[in-house]
Ligand binder design. Structure first.
Ligand SMILES: Nc1ncnc2c1ncn2[C@@H]1O[C@H](COP(=O)(O)OP(=O)(O)OP(=O)(O)O)[C@@H](O)[C@H]1O
Ligand SMILES: [Zn+2]
Length: 710
């Protein structure tokens, strides 16, 4: 049992020993040869006296000359060879070890044991060192990455050679060489002796021992088997992977394609969306109503011999509800709805877009009656220009045309396409028999906007004081999607401010945010600039208030927002389809109001750059009055579209007319502000106090009344 203690050299020590580069050379074999075989290894010298090992201690005294080398060679092939090249083994242990390992597939154990740190710490006889050798496999695993097979083969060959030299080894070495077998037998006998096991029980004891051994072996076998199985599975998986890659180098692309295809082919039942959900586009709804009738009852149309268009093109700016309308058609008729976006078909790879179209139509035909909706039709059905970016677009559009021709008008499949640019579509697509019915989905007018706002307001909590019409009037050009967003932002703002309901204030706030960008509360504006802004903005407001044809004021503020330092917003009573000359002039006057105010209050030297966009606005109106609306007496009722191509005389005449219009406007503004200087001052001061004033408050101030403190 004592031997057990000797044997357990911590692995870390051994590894340290391996890695210690400046290990002193202490050669076991060298000391052995020194004593008995100096002739065999004449070049060797023992560098350290510590390494003297008595051969008799080792039980090797019976060995004849030459036999020791033979033994060591068979024990550790290469060790003797190593001796021959020992000169560089001396200099570098690390490289010598790895060289040995690379060459022979296992470690130079003796080289390792030569390492001083290990040896010095455990100054022991060869016997105890040899007993360390039972940790060989551990070493081998820890130091190198070798296959199980090659290791066993190498170990096998070692033991074969060992067997050959058995006859020369003394009994101790024999025990060591065959330690696997020998130790077991020996220690078993010893164990039985030390445990005082009676003779009668010894057989049973041995059988038990053997059983344990067999069990352990079976366990090892099992582990090996499962290891082998895992390796096999991994190998098969690897093969599959390689096969997949070889078959399709664009694996990832194909993957995307397949998923895109699936989503295109899956019908989306939109039972919950009806015409009821689409507001402010009455004309479009009316036109689509007959399509719904057809989808509901195709026979009715076939009997009368009438033909319905196969394709309907919804044309309109983004967010006006084209997708919503198409869904509503399917929903009203209670038929499957297939959604596809044109950009899905736009593929870099040949045939992919076309095959998606094929799949989409095959699915749809199998499920007729149904609606196929192709959003962004222009990206698939645009003019077939050869472009290196879209080399196969022609194929895709041809496939679309072929599919549209491929079924009869009354088969029950209705294709609804949507586009923002009908001009960009290929002519072949819009000829009769394809997308031959066009439905315009415009931006909603003030009535439509009011309806849309009401619809979305009803989905949130809002105060009874909210007047959707006022918001609608102030949101000219907003699409349905933008109005929905406005209401949503107002709801968010109310939530952030901890309010229970959405009021006009939040709605105005989100409108300004969408129109002019977010408020910039953080910017520090000094008092001087604030005062200038207050007078500038109230200048606009005064002109608007006292000019007959100007739009009514909605609000004035000196709160910075987006790029502006303040603004005055005006509300048209209605969407203006037409504007009179007086209205245009009034707009110019209001624009001039800002600069005029600065000049009158602070002097010509202190006018600011803040009026540039006002001038842009005024100049634009004046230019259009002269060149497009025929509102200049001098230039007459004629349009001048491309001013660059005009004669120099005409050009200068136009410029002169514009200048006169602007100058007159400036003078009118000046006159109004001079007349109402008192009101101007009051309003500017009120703005400085309250920052923002609404229409009612502005009126109170201008009527000379006092504002109630907010
Ligand atoms: N007229 C409308 N009535 C009610 N809601 C609308 C209306 N127009 C737009 N919306 C809202 O805006 C959202 C976006 O509209 P939709 O996707 O139908 O616009 P689109 O015209 O198809 O836009 P795009 O051209 O960008 O595809 C809708 O889901 C809906 O919530
Ligand atoms: Zn201005």
């Amino acid at each position: 049992m004592k031997q057990r203690h000797d044997v357990t050299v911590p692995l870390s020590h051994l590894i340290n020993a391996f890695q210690s580069p400046k290990t002193t050379f202490i050669s076991l074999s060298a000391s052995v040869s020194q004593n008995h075989h100096r002739d065999a290894v004449p070049e060797r010298e023992a560098p350290s006296s510590e390494a003297v090992v008595n051969l008799r201690d080792l039980g090797l005294s019976e060995l004849k000359v030459g036999q020791i080398d033979q033994l060591v060679d068979s024990l550790l092939p290469g060790f003797c060879k190593g001796k021959n090249v020992s000169s560089h083994w001396h200099t570098s242990h690390v490289s010598a070890q790895s060289f040995f390992e690379n060459k022979y597939g296992y470690l130079d154990m003796f080289g390792t044991l030569r390492s001083s740190c290990l040896y010095r710490q455990h100054s022991r006889t060869l016997k105890s060192i040899c007993s360390d050798l039972q940790y060989w496999p551990v070493f081998i695993q820890a130091r190198s990455f070798k296959t199980l097979k090659s290791r066993t083969r190498r170990l096998q060959s070692t033991s074969e050679r060992l067997a050959e030299t058995q006859h020369i080894a003394p009994s101790f070495v024999k025990g060591f060489l065959l330690r696997d077998r020998g130790t077991d037998v020996e220690s078993l006998d010893k164990l039985m002796k030390t445990k005082n096991i009676p003779e009668a029980h010894q057989d049973a004891f041995k059988t038990g021992f053997a059983e344990g051994f067999l069990k352990a072996q079976a366990l090892t076998q099992k582990t090996n088997d499962s290891l082998r199985r895992t390796r096999l599975i991994l190998f098969v998986l690897l093969l599959f992977g390689i096969y997949g890659l070889l078959k399709n180098p664009f694996l990832s692309v194909r993957f995307r394609t397949t998923t895109g295809l699936d989503s295109a082919v899956d019908p989306v039942q939109m039972k919950n969306v009806t015409f009821e959900h689409v507001k402010g586009v009455e004309e479009a709804k009316q036109e689509l109503q007959e399509v719904v009738e057809f989808l509901k009852n195709p026979q009715k149309f076939t009997v009368l011999g009438g033909k319905l268009p196969k394709g309907i093109l919804l044309v309109g700016p983004p967010g006006t509800g084209k997708t919503l309308l198409a869904r509503a058609v399917a929903g009203e008729a209670d038929v499957p709805f297939y959604y596809a976006s044109g950009s899905e078909f736009d593929e870099m790879f040949v045939g992919v877009g076309a095959s998606r179209i094929r799949n989409l139509f095959r699915e749809a035909k199998a499920n007729a009656p149904c609606v196929i909706f192709i959003d962004e039709l222009d990206s698939v059905g645009g003019k077939r220009i050869e472009s290196p970016m879209h080399p196969y677009s022609r194929q895709t559009i041809n496939q679309l045309l072929a599919e549209m021709d491929g079924f009869k008008p009354n088969e029950g499949v209705i294709i609804i396409g949507a586009t923002n640019f009908p001009e960009a579509l290929d002519n072949a697509l819009i000829r009769p028999g394809r997308f031959d019915m066009q439905v315009t989905v415009p931006r909603p007018d003030v009535k439509g906007r009011t309806e849309i706002l009401k619809w979305y307001l009803n989905k949130i909590k809002f105060d009874q004081s909210v007047d959707p019409e006022i918001i609608a009037r102030g949101t000219v050009g907003f699409s349905g999607a933008e109005l929905e967003n406005l209401v949503n932002q107002a709801a968010l703002k109310a939530a952030v401010d901890g309010k229970e309901m959405v009021t006009m204030k939040e709605l105005e706030f989100s409108k300004d945010k969408i129109l002019m960008g977010p408020e910039r509360r953080s910017v520090e504006i000094d008092n001087k600039n604030k005062t200038i802004t207050a007078y500038h903005e109230s200048g606009h407001a005064i002109i608007a208030y006292y000019t007959k044809d100007a739009m009514p004021i909605n609000k004035a503020t000196i709160m910075p927002r987006g790029p502006t330092l303040g603004h005055v917003s005006l509300l048209p009573e209605n969407d203006r389809w037409n504007e009179t000359r007086a209205q245009l002039l009034a707009q110019m006057d209001v624009s001039m109001g800002g600069r005029v105010a600065e000049e009158l209050i602070f002097g010509t030297d202190h006018i600011t750059t803040g009026a540039s966009s006002d001038f842009d606005n005024a100049t634009k109106i004046a230019k259009r009055m002269v060149t497009r609306f025929g509102m200049s007496e001098k230039l007459g009722v004629m349009t001048y579209s491309d001013t660059g191509k005009l004669s120099p005389e005409t050009q200068s005449a136009i410029e002169q007319e514009i200048r006169i219009l602007l100058r007159d406007s400036y003078e009118r503004a000046k006159h109004i502000l001079k007349t109402h200087a008192k009101e101007h001052k009051n309003l500017a001061e009120a703005l400085l106090t309250y920052e923002t004033l609404d229409a009612k408050e502005i009126q109170i101030v201008l009527e000379g009344k006092k504002l109630e403190v907010r």
